[in-house]
Write a protein that binds this ligand. Structure first.
Ligand SMILES: *[C@@H]1O[C@H](CO)[C@@H](O)[C@H](O)[C@H]1NC(C)=O
Length: 224
């Protein structure tokens, strides 16, 4: 759905998990679509119990800029969401109540994004570097990111591998390795990359479209 409750700012459900003796040694987490960036927030904010592998399936780690498959004319909700995102994506009310706004990344208004995006700019360390986030993320064994090569839902699709538009425009893209979060190593991703902890997987298909066989061959090993 489009509208949902807030992101896991507090580690409430994780503390419920941590009561479970089976998870004492850690757990593997797999997120689909926007669930991927929420689980990354969990990895960064809630180290107990420890997450071992984080598997992001079609996640938008640098957010999105555009709603490619939301039909404009026919649907009031799409119109409304667009209007809210264009005019007020970074107002507190919209940030708190519209999930899309939490990962809306407007490269044309980079300063607004950095200043006012409550969720994404925080977990991506755009304002300050929280060493705790960095340390927690770096303690993952593997951070696996799956990109769908024919994805029509996520714009730009490079966000699934932590890439995005270069700041200030919406034509040219940059990879994770070219971006400031990596070159300044604000989140520990460069260090994780050197250590072989980042896994970039690509598959043909639209958003979240994969076969059981592909899943078994490519993702199951990280869940063991
Ligand atoms: C860093 O993140 C941790 C975990 O969410 C939080 O408890 C702490 O207050 C944050 N520190 C700063 C300086 O924002």
């Amino acid at each position: 759905g489009f509208i949902r409750g807030s992101s896991p700012h507090r580690c409430v459900w994780v503390s419920v998990l941590s009561q479970d003796p089976k998870l004492k040694g850690g757990y593997n987490a797999m997120g689909f679509s926007q669930g991927s960036q929420f689980l990354r927030a969990v990895a960064q904010r809630c180290p107990d119990p420890p997450m071992k592998n984080l598997i992001s399936v079609g996640g938008q780690h640098q957010g999105v800029f555009g709603l490619p498959r939301c039909p404009g004319e026919s649907s009031h909700i799409c119109d409304w969401i667009r209007k809210m995102l264009n005019s007020g994506a970074y107002t507190d009310t919209v940030q708190k109540h519209l999930v899309q706004a939490q990962y809306w990344h407007d490269p044309l208004n980079d300063d607004l994004y950095k200043k006012h995006s409550l969720f994404l700019a925080d977990i991506n360390q755009e304002r300050v570097v929280n060493e705790t986030y960095k340390k927690n993320l770096m303690s993952l064994n593997k951070f696996v990111m799956v990109k769908f090569l024919q994805d029509t839902m996520v714009d730009p699709v490079d966000s699934e591998w932590f890439g995005f538009y270069k700041p200030g425009q919406d034509k040219e893209l940059e990879t994770l390795q070219e971006s400031a979060i990596y070159t300044e190593d604000r989140l520990g991703l460069a260090e994780m990359d050197s250590a072989g902890k980042l896994v970039f997987l690509a598959t043909d298909g639209d958003h979240l479209q994969f076969t059981r066989e592909w899943f078994n061959d490519n993702l199951l090993p990280y869940l063991r």
